[in-house]
Design a protein around this ligand. Structure first.
Ligand code: SAM
Ligand code: SF4
Ligand code: SF4
Length: 329
């Protein structure tokens, strides 16, 4: 099944909640996601059975990899039960989860026991003051490091670490991160700050380009071949045997290889991180629609897909888009 630009559907990002215990300034700034913010009511959020059915339908259409995300996915109660259900889907090759790590120390073993084999932890700085300011909840970096350690003890290896780099905020922490996570037990990804959503006040001058991030790493890196077509990161081997990569979605867009669909916690299907509207799957899930009809509905959306926002970014920045905390990155 290919979209209008001949891209297959291979990855699904499944958001399990729109809530988060952080207020990262680039994702859920407090001015927008403050006390009065209307998060989704419980009944609007897909149940574990519905989320599993969605994943199954996507796998039947060619999806090989499912990433569980949010909001903060570990905030969803009994998330390990969902992981166990997803891990049981025949034909799903790769199941992973992205977390801010804040409650990973309590959850790592249960996630592992439930069948999760890969995990990504977001960490924007090793400098405690910078990290507390970026998550804007005064959350200490030491607790995230404990979460990473617990994931290691539970058997996750390598552990992927995501760092969003924002000009004037944390670019001076790039080299410390590269040193701390240089070993083979980690895969480090630096991410260019993106203009997702409408609330983070993005400006091009806030972006630290991938070329500069690579210079800041400041060690000799050996380029690696892409693992597969559509891989988003430019990857390098470190001298200590680890891997670092840069996701240059702003300065080197990769829409031509983008094989990713996103489903929000309330069951809306987005075919691009920057799409303005989602397609409602929940009403189908909650009607008498069977799996074949559901698959046909998804397939119609995918075949019509023509998104390539990052490649035409300069023409489209004034449009109203969905938020990163809904779409899950
Ligand atoms: N709460 C989890 C976390 O932070 O890992 C999962 C959801 S979060 C939306 C997924 C990823 O998106 C995180 O690694 C986060 O750093 C990244 N992200 C959020 N806003 C971003 C932005 N404006 N530009 C680039 N990456 C962003
Ligand atoms: Fe929460 Fe993740 Fe967004 Fe930070 S990036 S506010 S942790 S959803
Ligand atoms: Fe994919 Fe849209 Fe990002 Fe392009 S802008 S890589 S189409 S999600």
């Amino acid at each position: 099944m290919r979209d209008s630009l001949q891209r297959p559907l291979r990855d699904l990002r499944l958001s399990v909640t729109d809530r988060c215990n952080f207020r990262c300034t680039y994702c859920m700034p407090k001015e927008v996601f403050g006390r009065g913010y209307d998060f989704l009511p419980k009944d609007d959020i897909l149940t574990f059975e519905e989320l599993t059915r969605v994943a199954q339908v996507f796998v039947s259409l060619g999806v090989e990899k499912v990433r569980v995300t949010g909001g903060e996915p570990l905030m969803r109660r009994d998330i390990e039960q969902l992981i166990a259900q997803l891990a049981g889907i025949a034909g799903l090759r790769d199941l992973t989860l992205t977390t801010n790590g804040s409650i990973l120390a309590q959850k790592a073993q249960a996630l592992r026991d439930a069948g999760l084999r890969r995990i990504t932890v977001s960490l924007d700085s090793l400098n405690d003051a910078t990290f507390r300011a970026m998550n804007d909840m005064d959350f200490p970096v030491a607790r995230v490091l404990e979460g990473i350690e617990a994931a290691r003890a539970a058997g996750f290896s390598p552990i992927k670490i995501n760092m969003v780099v924002k000009r004037g905020v944390n670019e001076s922490d790039v080299s410390a991160m590269a040193r701390r996570f240089a070993g083979p037990e980690f895969v480090l990804r630096f991410i260019e700050y993106m203009d997702v959503g409408n609330s983070n006040g993005w400006r091009m001058t806030d972006v630290v380009p991938a070329t500069e991030i690579l210079e800041r790493i400041g060690e000799t890196l050996t380029p690696l071949e892409p693992n597969y077509a559509g891989e988003t990161a430019l990857r390098f081997r470190t001298s200590e045997g680890g891997e670092v990569g840069v996701i240059a979605s702003v300065t080197r867009p990769f829409c031509h290889d983008c094989t990713r669909a996103r489903v929000t916690a309330e069951g809306r299907l987005f075919t691009c991180l920057f799409a303005q509207n989602g397609h409602d799957l929940r009403s189908l899930l909650r009607s008498s629609t069977d799996d074949a009809e559901l698959a046909a509905a998804v397939s119609r959306v995918w075949r019509a897909r023509e998104d390539r926002y990052s490649e035409i970014r300069s023409l489209a920045t004034d449009k109203v888009k969905a938020e990163m905390s809904l779409l899950g990155g």
